[in-house]
Design a protein around this ligand. Structure first.
Ligand SMILES: *Cc1c(COP(=O)(O)O)cnc(C)c1O
Length: 367
């Protein structure tokens, strides 16, 4: 436990020792009562995190698998892809590579795609679904899902949400906001090891999925829906990770999801004020990349002065025993990223930020 609080990548995130230990349990047949009881425990833990009464699909894949499932299972029609970073770009690429007609809107990484741009596209018609990344891990930008979903539903367009660095750190109201499909991966704000993905489909979405041709087999959500009601998965699940998920669901219930959201708000506010202090401390242009009011509470991308490279800071932080993330994609040189999500505490965050400030001073001094 003493080592916990050093690993601040925006995914995978640090896993609590109690969760790691849960994986040291024996194998079980995945068709049988003991497994079904374990699966029911996982459902009881995950449903309140998704804020849903619908069952939660458990996929033995990384999150990208369920992004592909979302596309393959959307009812026939073109897909509107809201792109404002690397992961939303991936969602668009998946739509295209699955042979769907896909239209990209947005395209710049400066903030959420505007509702005006979305409505302009929806008015032209023909979209059965749109894709959106709730918390863009590449930029630290958060998109407000509720008004987007209301708008899309006026045009009978389903909303497919990647909330991989949102869910379990940032409020996601699957039922209240009427999200059609929302997915996450195990290794981000849920603070589990990598290897599982979780998704919830509305009854309408899964009903209409039956009309989608070429759903394939491994990522056919209609199959997941059939099995989940038996507390089973279609194929052999990553059992050791399921043990970890059961324990983490109970740990989150103990904290309560509301307090978990609050802890993430506090960590992100603290990181933002640290960026402002850093600017004063070293007299250089540091800023939060995300625009005001659209910052994700789980990850902050910090824009750097031109004479500083993200990777050099990351290396200098590593010498101090902490891991933070470099910039992603086209922001690789001009930012670094701090993943303040999962089970991290304010005390741990304060330590990594102090180490990062020292690393910045050292790197600027050397340049
Ligand atoms: C990490 C991440 C993914 C991809 O997840 P994998 O588990 O690597 O497939 C997708 N979307 C977002 C927003 C992410 O942060």
């Amino acid at each position: 436990m003493s080592d916990f609080g050093t690993f601040f990548l925006p995914g995978p995130t640090e896993v609590h020792p109690d969760v790691l230990r849960a994986m040291l349990q024996p194998m079980l047949p995945h068709r049988g009562a003991v497994f079904e009881a374990l699966f029911a425990r996982i459902q009881a833990g995950l449903k309140p995190i998704f804020r849903t009464t619908r069952p939660v699909y458990v996929s033995s894949s990384s999150a990208t698998g369920l992004m592909e499932a979302a596309i393959r299972c959307a009812r026939p029609g073109a897909i509107l892809c809201l792109v404002n970073g690397a992961f939303s770009e991936r969602f668009a690429n998946i739509a295209q590579s699955c042979g769907r007609e896909a239209t990209v809107i947005g395209g710049d990484w400066s903030g959420p795609v505007s509702l005006d741009a979305v409505e302009g596209a929806l008015k032209r018609g023909g979209y059965s679904a749109l894709t959106v990344v709730h918390s863009e891990t590449s930029t630290g930008v958060l998109t407000d899902l509720e008004p987007l979903t209301k708008l899309a539903h006026r045009y009978d367009c389903a909303v497919l949400v990647d909330s991989v660095t949102g869910l379990a750190g940032v409020p996601v109201e699957t039922d209240a906001w009427e999200l059609d499909f929302v997915l996450t991966g195990s290794q981000k704000a849920l603070a589990l090891p990598p290897g599982l993905a979780f998704g919830v489909a509305s009854e309408k979405f899964i009903g209409e999925a039956k009309a989608a041709a070429g759903r394939g087999l491994y990522f056919d959500l209609v199959e997941f829906e059939q099995y989940v009601h038996k507390n089973q998965t279609p194929n052999t699940p990553a059992l050791s990770l399921l043990y970890a998920t059961a324990v983490q669901g109970e740990r989150i219930a103990q904290e309560t999801i509301e307090r978990r959201w609050d802890r993430h708000v506090a960590m992100s506010e603290h990181t933002h004020s640290w960026v402002h202090e850093l600017r004063a401390r070293v007299g250089a242009e540091f800023s939060v990349y995300a625009p005001d009011g659209a910052a994700s509470q789980t990850v902050t991308a910090v824009s750097l002065p031109a004479n500083l490279k993200g990777d050099d800071v990351v290396k200098a932080v590593a010498k101090r025993g902490f891991v933070i993330g470099g910039g992603y994609g086209k922001l690789k040189a001009s930012t670094f990223r701090i993943g303040h999500m999962g089970d991290h505490t304010m005390e741990g965050l304060e330590r990594v930020l102090e180490a990062t400030a020292e690393a910045v001073e050292e790197t600027l001094g050397a340049s």
